[in-house]
Design a protein around this ligand. Structure first.
Ligand code: NAD
Ligand code: TDX
Length: 331
């Protein structure tokens, strides 16, 4: 398959491209990525001779149309992804997430190319703390942040292009990912690298907010399954039944890294902070037979800590700048 992967130099996209090279050597993979602060050539270095990398913006219609015309399928990861950055400046989120997705949709429409659009559970808003309800494919959209509003807008564009123009697209909405190559601005790598650089971990508010964690390789295995076996026009929710409060995750990191359980700071909470996300992945499991393989959260967290210990060259150049930005926001 000639695969075009947008955002393939980012966290999830790079892991997806590594998996393609490892598990599907018959694929011809092209990555298109504008290499924002979140994209890293270093993430693709180990496989740079196995793929084609084009530095470019998915909102560049001429470039995107040409690349789509040469492809059998597109897997669309490219986006601005950090909620705290969206609160500080939403403009790049409108550009990449909304205009970028629109540009891609027009290209796949013109050339009748299969598209898989990667989205997030944050489009559904949040659930109450302590409840048992979970998001399903029919939960109404109710985004809270500028980030999730732009992802919701992109999902709606995909649905409209499927219905109006019969574009061959699927959508997945996944919960919080962790694993190798995740930017140090995100919760789990930030705390691990804080400890590795002699800083104290930083917890927003009380730490009661709950996220539903999934290892990035399990997310990508589901994306691959949907790409090949998913029903056109369908939305699939991806999650691994792993709800944890932020405090629980932080204490698991502290334990894995042999630190005292109280060895962290409470900092200013995020504005509009979503309380709880939880995914019901039944459709994906029953219809497509997908199941996560990294089901021991502590073991997977421990491997992730080990990855950051052994890949300092990958994250160290980013760390001081990220922490300076957080300090400016009181976080
Ligand atoms: P990331 O921020 O690590 O990477 C995003 C990549 O997209 C970067 O390489 C960046 O350079 C590229 N990019 C951004 N704007 C671009 C543009 N206009 N043109 C070309 N490239 C551009 O993000 P991630 O965590 O890997 O997320 C990937 C996708 O998965 C996103 O669509 C995100 O909404 C979705 N998602 C993420 C999570 C998560 O927990 N990280 C969970 C569910 C869904
Ligand atoms: O230092 C921190 N301290 C802290 O308590 C950071 C960076 C975060 N947090 C909290 C905020 C959230 O409740 O941890 C939780 C996770 O934060 P993020 O890593 O920023 O993730 P989140 O906001 O939940 O969004 C992530 O999952 C869904 C991704 O960044 C999104 O791109 C994805 O769509």
């Amino acid at each position: 398959m000639r695969l075009l992967v947008t955002g393939g130099a980012g966290f999830i996209g790079a892991n997806f491209v590594h998996a393609c090279v490892r598990e599907h050597p018959e694929d011809a993979v092209t990555v298109v990525d504008s290499l924002t602060y979140a994209g890293s050539l270093e993430s693709l270095r180990p496989i740079e001779n196995e793929i084609r990398l084009i530095r470019g913006d998915i909102a560049d219609a001429e470039l995107v149309t040409r690349l789509v015309a040469e492809s059998d399928a597109v897997v669309h990861f490219a986006a601005e992804t950090h909620v705290d950055n969206a609160l500080a400046d939403p403009a790049p989120f409108l550009h990449s997430n909304v205009v970028g997705t629109y540009t891609l949709l027009e290209a796949v429409r013109r050339h009748d190319v299969r598209l898989h659009h990667v989205s997030t559970d944050e489009v559904y808003g949040d659930l109450g703390l302590g409840g048992t309800e979970r998001f399903t494919e029919t939960t109404p959209y109710h985004p809270s942040s500028p980030y999730s509003a732009t992802k919701a807008a992109a999902d709606m564009l995909v649905r409209a292009w499927v219905r109006s123009y019969r574009v061959r697209a699927t959508i997945s909405n996944c919960s919080n990912n962790f694993g190798p190559y995740q930017h140090v601005e995100k919760f789990i790598p930030r705390q691990i690298t804080n400890i590795l650089t002699g800083r104290r971990p930083k917890l927003y508010g009380t730490g009661a907010n709950v996220r539903d964690w999934i290892h990035v390789e399990d997310h990508n295995a589901a994306v691959r399954t949907i790409l090949t076996d998913g029903r056109i026009g369908r939305t699939y929710l991806i999650g691994a039944d792993c709800q944890r409060s932020n405090l629980e995750v932080l204490q698991a990191i502290l334990a894995v890294m042999d630190r005292d359980p109280g060895d962290f700071d409470h900092v200013t909470d995020r504005a509009g902070h979503d309380l709880r996300y939880a995914i019901d992945p039944s459709l994906l499991r029953s219809e497509l037979g997908w199941a996560p393989s990294h089901s021991d959260f502590t073991a997977a967290l421990s491997e992730t800590v080990q990855w950051y210990r052994t890949h300092r060259h990958w994250w160290e150049p980013l760390k001081d700048g990220v922490e300076a930005t957080y300090a400016g926001r009181g976080q």
